[in-house]
Design a protein around this ligand. Structure first.
Ligand code: ZN
Length: 257
């Protein structure tokens, strides 16, 4: 069977040749798929508006030796709410980069696909920073990398006091005394570590009820980006873009860009 059908989300796109695009699709049934969409940039192509970042669609693909070919694409959702908003777009690009880092070719990854789908939907309406923090924790839990947060990962004593830390290399929280055992550990509040635990189990339909301070969101972001970068063994470039976007907006110099 050279043809196969699957539901998927486009998580990476690049133009190729005069009118083609090469895309990475996160599928429910085949993990990560690399495929070419021939002629999709031609003005009259039926695939023209579909072959772009974050399109959720039913695909029919033809299996090739190195690269599959998209023969049919039936769009289900384009996530226009993300595309029209620079902030949401930046966070969605970060999600896509992390998914690309963890997805595996040829494996059934239904849970990963549905997490991506739910988070993209949430990104269109909810606070994009909060959705991203929840996504980070959930993808870690899903893939079996949930950090140890019940007690100190180094000495086992209970985590208490105002200043604790998180060690990416040890994979968990450190008590105040052990925080110096890992020079790379990120100092944070106990409230942040407790919130990490809460996010791992929180009902995603009730995201609006969650109350996170700006400091908590920032600390969770720093912790999880370092932790995830270590797991996928590369720097997440779109995180830098979110950062620069935030600093521009804080300075109120948005008009210059
Ligand atoms: Zn300790």
């Amino acid at each position: 069977m050279k043809d196969y059908q699957t539901e998927g989300i486009i998580i990476r796109v690049r133009d190729y040749g005069e009118a083609d695009r090469i895309v990475t699709i996160l599928t429910s049934g085949y993990g990560k798929v690399q495929a070419i969409a021939k002629g999709c940039r031609k003005p009259k192509s039926r695939k023209r508006g579909l072959i772009q970042l974050f399109t959720h669609a039913d695909f029919v693909l033809y299996r090739g030796r190195n690269l599959d070919t998209i023969t049919q694409c039936e769009g289900k959702e384009s996530f226009a709410g993300i595309r029209g908003d620079l902030d949401r777009m930046a966070y969605a690009a970060y999600l896509a980069e992390v998914l690309d880092g963890f997805a595996v070719s040829g494996e059934i990854q239904e849970d990963l696909f549905y997490l991506a789908l739910v988070c993209l939907h949430l990104l269109t309406v909810e606070d994009p920073e909060l959705v991203t923090r929840v996504f980070e924790v959930r993808i870690m839990r899903l893939l079996g990398y949930m950090p140890h947060l019940d007690d100190c990962v180094h000495c086992g004593s209970s985590l208490k006091g105002s200043q604790v830390a998180f060690s990416s290399s040890m994979g968990g929280g450190l008590c105040g005394i052990c925080s110096s055992t890992d020079p790379e550990a990120a100092v944070c509040t106990l409230g942040t570590l407790n919130m990490l635990k809460q996010l791992s189990r929180w009902d995603l339909k009730r995201l609006r009820v969650l109350r996170l301070t700006a400091k908590m969101k920032r600390e969770i972001g720093e912790i999880m980006q370092q932790y995830i970068s270590q797991r996928i063994e590369k720097r997440i470039r779109s995180a830098d873009f979110i950062q620069s976007l935030a600093s521009v907006q804080n300075k109120g110099e948005f008009g210059e860009y």
